[in-house]
Design a protein. Structure first.
Length: 202
């Protein structure tokens, strides 16, 4: 396979993983950051360039930070408004169902709130005002976490691409066994000129 074609195919898979990861950051329960990290690893291993160890370290820290921020932001936002675990799960289920059945705006803005509100009313046994406040907190916390995760995904992609195109050096292709043997043979018989063997080479 030609090098240009192989590099193009590798990048197609990488861009596909990046796109799936960014979409996954906006859908609850999908590991968007992990998919983006998988795309970075795929390109780093299969591509024509390689990252230094410190660039991979920064990338790993960004991935870990994205996962931590996602979990903490949603939980703190929900607890601040007095939401329970039922409200948080209601917001998540509402977002998933809304993203499948409705447009992204309705699915990510209205359905998480409705799911959290119903969960607080049915399972937490709260009155309408308390359930409204708790449902708003659960939906707001979840949306904040999704936006932060999406932003972190963009930053990871930007960091990887900048390192790959600006700082990385191309991989050196390993010599084939036949080429290596030919080079050693030429080096071995280089001193054997015709004047060294006058009877053999008249």
């Amino acid at each position: 396979m030609p090098p240009v074609l192989s590099e193009t195919l590798v990048w197609c898979v990488t861009l596909l993983l990046f796109g799936m990861g960014l979409i996954g950051t906006l859908i609850p329960m999908l590991p968007g950051i992990i998919i983006i990290a998988a795309g970075c690893i795929w390109q780093g291993v299969m591509g024509s360039r390689h990252l230094a160890w410190w660039e991979w370290t920064v990338l790993a820290l960004m991935v870990a930070g994205g996962l931590v921020i996602d979990k903490l932001s949603g939980g703190m936002g929900a607890k601040k408004f007095g939401s329970t675990a039922a409200g948080i799960w209601g917001a998540i289920i509402g977002a998933v169902v809304g993203g499948i059945l409705f447009t992204p705006i309705v699915g990510l803005l209205f359905m998480p709130f409705l799911g959290a509100l119903l969960a607080e009313l049915i399972f937490a046994r709260k009155d309408i005002m308390a359930a409204f406040k708790a449902g708003s907190g659960a939906a707001l916390g979840m949306l904040t976490g999704l936006l932060l995760e999406f932003t972190c995904g963009l930053l990871i992609i930007a960091w990887f691409c900048s390192c790959y195109f600006l700082f990385c050096r191309k991989k050196q292709a390993a010599a084939l066994p036949c080429e290596s043997f030919r080079q050693k043979k030429q080096t071995l018989f280089l001193p054997l000129k015709k004047n060294h063997f006058p009877n053999v080479f008249p």
